[in-house]
Design a binder for this molecule. Structure first.
Ligand SMILES: NC(=O)c1ccc[n+]([C@@H]2O[C@H](COP(=O)([O-])OP(=O)(O)OC[C@H]3O[C@@H](n4cnc5c(N)ncnc54)[C@H](O)[C@@H]3O)[C@@H](O)[C@H]2O)c1
Length: 336
């Protein structure tokens, strides 16, 4: 029997996940979709034979066994809370919610339910290059880590994208990755901005975040969202005995016309396609077997949100801002 999933939000990533669920993965079907733009929802529903329902009704519908939330970040909290209240597993695209307090309300609802129902869409943990980097680090190949240098470059961003989005929507991937890679919390953040690029369109672009981890490791993250040349994600760890860097993501190397070139992905769908496949395969498999999800938890969503809030303050004040997570971490998240 296939797992019957409902998808809320049929925009860019919602549609991509529906395609993935219905054509890449097996053992799952999309039975209902919701979007405030009903024409978009109807168009997408027709391609997979799903019903169109309002978001709240979709969650309550007895024919929907599990929910994917792919709507705008500001709407995630209400849908995730409703899914927990209905006792249904919910995969929520990042960010879990738009403030640490909203994320904590989700954590506390899940703790009240007594079992993990929530997985957050931090897909880098499923990317082959990041996994190989973590494996190299964990095997001690380069010795104890000291620093990591990251770059997150987008070719461009839509007109509605704001300065805070450089932190909340973009750098937040490196925040989650750093916590996972080093098994440590971010304890303080600084944000520095050089002169803005001529392509910046009013954004403080590029931007440099410096994350201090609880283990003393420093992670610097260049965010550049109008890089023009492509979608380029980089990471290199400096250890005591060597360095390890993300490899190129399996692309062709071209030698022709007197030059040597490697294509650069145009956007995140091309770069992280296999990671999105793997995260949803893992989620579907956990839900079908009745196990808690093993991917990023509501607590991880909260921790990333707390770092984002500190980084927003660091951007506006120019100061180093400490990150203080509420403690203790609920035991529900201990094995994670
Ligand atoms: N993991 C990743 O790498 C990744 C990549 C892209 C987007 N995202 C996240 O996915 C989410 C959606 O991003 P997107 O790029 O698809 O945006 P989008 O604007 O293309 O799509 C969002 C859709 O949600 C719908 N929507 C808005 N409010 C709603 C509500 N209350 N109920 C139902 N539908 C509603 C909109 O009408 C729109 O169709 C965001 O949180 C974004 O940060 C994650």
């Amino acid at each position: 029997m296939s797992l019957r999933v409902g998808v809320i939000g049929t925009g860019m990533i919602g549609r991509d996940h529906i395609r993935r669920l219905t054509t890449v993965l097996s053992g799952v079907s999309v039975v209902a979709v919701a979007d405030v733009d009903s024409s978009v929802a109807s168009e997408v529903a027709a391609t997979v034979g799903a019903a169109v329902l309002p978001g709240e009704r979709l969650i309550e519908d007895p024919g929907v066994e599990a929910v994917l939330v792919c709507s705008w970040g500001g709407t995630h909290e209400e849908y995730v809370l409703a899914a927990i209240a209905a006792g249904k597993p919910v995969f929520c695209e990042k960010p879990l919610a738009t403030s640490p307090s909203a994320c904590l309300r989700i954590v506390s609802a899940e703790v009240g339910f007594g079992a993990r129902l929530v997985q957050v869409g931090y897909m880098r943990r499923y990317d082959a290059a990041y996994q190989a980097l973590k494996d190299t680090l964990d095997r001690g190949v380069i010795g104890a880590p000291l620093m990591m240098h990251c770059a997150h470059r987008n070719a461009g961003v839509p007109a509605f994208y704001q300065a805070d989005d450089m932190i909340n929507d973009t750098a937040v991937h490196e925040v989650d990755m750093s916590r996972w890679m080093f098994g440590a919390e971010v304890v303080a953040v600084r944000v520095l901005c050089p002169r803005a690029s001529g392509n910046a369109g009013g954004l403080p672009d590029p931007m440099l975040l410096i994350l201090e981890l609880s283990t003393g490791v420093l992670v610097d993250v260049e965010i550049s969202v109008n890089a023009r040349y492509g979608y380029d994600i980089r990471g290199e760890i400096l250890g005591e005995n060597g360095t390890a860097a993300l490899g190129d993501p399996g692309l062709v190397v071209l030698r022709r016309q007197g030059g040597l070139t490697r294509p650069i992905p145009a956007d995140w769908r091309l770069r992280f396609g296999p990671a999105y496949d793997a995260e949803l395969r893992d989620w579907v498999s956990a839900v079908r077997s009745g196990s808690p999800p093993s991917g990023p938890s509501a607590w991880d969503g909260y921790a990333a949100s707390a770092v984002s809030a500190a980084a927003r303050e660091a951007l506006s004040t120019g100061r180093r801002v400490e990150v203080r997570l509420t403690s203790p971490r609920p035991p529900l998240y201990d094995a994670h």
